[in-house]
Structure formats: C-alpha cells, structure tokens
Design a protein around this ligand. Sequence first.
Ligand code: SME
Length: 149
Amino acid sequence: MDYDVAEETVKQILFKSDAADVLQNVVDYLYKYFDKYSWVGIYFVEGKYLVLGPWNGEQATEHTKIPVGKGICGSAAQSGKTEVVADVSKDDRYLACFVSTRSEIVVPIKKNGVVVGEIDVDSDVSDAFDKSDVVFLEKITDMLGKHIC
Ligand code: SME
C-alpha cells in the first residue's frame, strides 16, 4: 500500500463518514490495506486510564483499560511521543496481548497539544515499522486530533 494513497483515502473517510463511524472506518481501513498491521486499535484517555475504542484484528485484547504510564501504550500517552518498538520481547514495558506480536507502534492523538487518545498498531512482523509508518500515522493522528477526537 502506498502511503500517499492511504493518506488521501483516510482523508476521504474522515470527511465523508458519519461521525459515529469515522474512527471504526479508519481502523478498518488501516487493518485491511496494510498487511503488516496485524492489529489496529484506538485508545482514548479517560482520566488516568486509556480505554479501548474501535479496533480491528483477528483477536480481542484483554488490555481494554491501561493505566497512563504503563505498557507501550501508557508510555506514549504519558510522553505524548510516538513509540516504535522493533522487538516487543526486548522491551520491559510491553504488555502482551497476542503471542504472534513481534513489533508495535503507538502514536498519540493530540487535541490542542493535549493527548486525548492514540492509535496502537501491533505487527506479527519483527521491526515492521519505519519512518514511513511514523510519518503516515502521525498525519492520521493529526487529522483525528484536529477534526474528530
Ligand atoms: N502492547 C500494548 C498493549 C495493548 S495491545 O498491544 C493491543 C502495550 O504494551 O501497551
């Protein structure tokens, strides 16, 4: 999947879907068109926790509520910075969801500079996420933070 084409498609989804469906549609699109994205979910900040919203993948995760500061997800929420973990088995913060996961990226969604949520992508491929994924997903979270969340 070409990242520029995907960015355009996500824009279409953002501005043409019914409000209630937008986030699920974005998650569904990312999961379906990027083979290496094995699980895609959006968490929302609710007080001191991250609460799972729309997701798509083969299995549900047990981590539907994560304290801010815990796991890769909680770290990204706390710092407001994108986390890329090339090998989850080597990161002590990692909260395991699926035995097949090898790498993970978490990108905060910010509204007026404040973290309101994040996109979490797990991959069954080691070291699956590079600069292109960071740039692409940060564009998506930027759009979500400005227009949707
Ligand atoms: N691995 C995450 C938990 C969420 S699951 O990947 C869906 C973490 O370490 O925070």
